[in-house]
Design a protein around this ligand. Sequence first.
Ligand code: NAD
Length: 495
Amino acid sequence: MKSYAEWQAMAASQTFHKDAFIDGRFVPARNGNTFDSINPATEQCLSTVAACDEADVNAAVSAARAAFESGCWSELAPAERKRILLRLADLIEANRDEFALLDTLDMGKSISEMVAIDVPDSIDCFRWTAECIDKIYGEIAPTAPGSLALISREPIGVIGAITPWNYPLMMISWKIAPALAAGNCVILKPSEKAPLSALRLAELASEAGLPDGVLNVLPGFGESAGKALALHNDVDVLTFTGSTRTAGLLMQYAGQSNMKQVWIEAGGKSPNLVFADCADLQRAADISARAIFTNQGQVCIACSRIYVEESIREPFIQALLKATEQFRPGDPLDPQTTLGPMVDATQLATVGRYVQYALDEGGRVLTGGKPDYEQGQGYFVEPTIIDNAHNGMTFVREEIFGPVLAVCTFKDEDEAIALANDSKYGLGAAIWTDNLSRAHRVSRKIRSGMVWINTWGDGDTTVPFGGVKASGNSRDKSTHSLEKYSNTKYVWLQL
Ligand code: NAD
């Protein structure tokens, strides 16, 4: 790991791509417009970036469709597609410090987290998914004698991928690795709040041997580039990670256009249930603090609602406060920093608004609660824990996407399950107990896509990531991620 001074030196000489990547070339937006990509730790502009709109979407979709129809990728031998995606993984690895730096500068995540989690996870996603390409077989259906039915999966065509800013490289990798592995062509619209790593990735994909038009990257705003992509009649599938509000709009756009499939990974308000039979309360508290303060709480699976059994409320809160001392705002380029800035002024204001709701509705601040903000010095905020919380309060019901933790209590297992499920979201949940039967019982009754027992957030490329209810309908990672990027077809032969 580089030192703070080495990261600062690297940042000072870092250059950025600013144009869109269409049909194998970097080109400015057709309208000539740009937007500023801001470093949230300094509020300085890193680079101006092309602000694409409908005209660029049309050009990218035409390029992707032509590439798809040509068969240059969709009909390439699976082993060859694998080779190219493995080479891309190698190139990301060869440039891993640069990718870590790009996302840290662009959205404020601590560099140590980028190095330890986001970059290796993204490389692994490309490698693991590439390895699947020539290992997944078709089927022969058990039909009557005299017929033969072949069931195969084939690429769908043009995939529109729209991604968020909170894990820029990682969310992009989770989308485009399986979409490309399945033989499709992709138009990626990264978040306007963190577009820089996507553009570098496009360059490396081309260097790895991806044919022109197979991967196109359009930086720009949701209401222009994103909406035009979602409404386009020649896009076959939309794959999305972002807020539940935007997800609802994408489903409407699909209905208004060509009924394209829409795969959604959306918001969350994950519960964290701490039972009195949890043997190591300090460990539970340490990981629970990480579950809300990692990436400044800008994590879809953040466990932002803690339900602690009444009998251990006081010792658990003390352990939690101790654990929270490790999270102090600082320059995300410093490898010692555990809490960077919020991504922008809007997100900082959102945190302040929800803390005020909590106070107005009877909450009690145990720690934090205030911005750590001076104009021009970055969008920092203190890690915040609010007690006296219950499910009727606004800050317990809505996703804040910031370092704000609600502490509630429960009396027994049934009440814990009921409170956990009393949410429109269903992404993840954590359970702390040393009773094996309870761990299984409760995890079965929780309505979410993921449950962690005596841990939080764990999961590698082998397991499917996603939620239920307003958290979405999709699964990223694992072989399940490939399913949504291919059509199942049967061919029946009369013998
Ligand atoms: P967002 O919905 O504001 O934006 C996500 C993407 O959608 C961006 O690229 C944006 O430009 C685009 N967009 C916005 N409006 C659009 C429109 N009208 N048409 C088309 N595209 C549009 O979300 P965000 O603030 O970038 O990300 C934070 C959200 O993402 C949180 O709710 C978080 O929980 C969620 N998230 C979910 C997962 C998951 O796997 N479930 C992972 C990470 C983040």
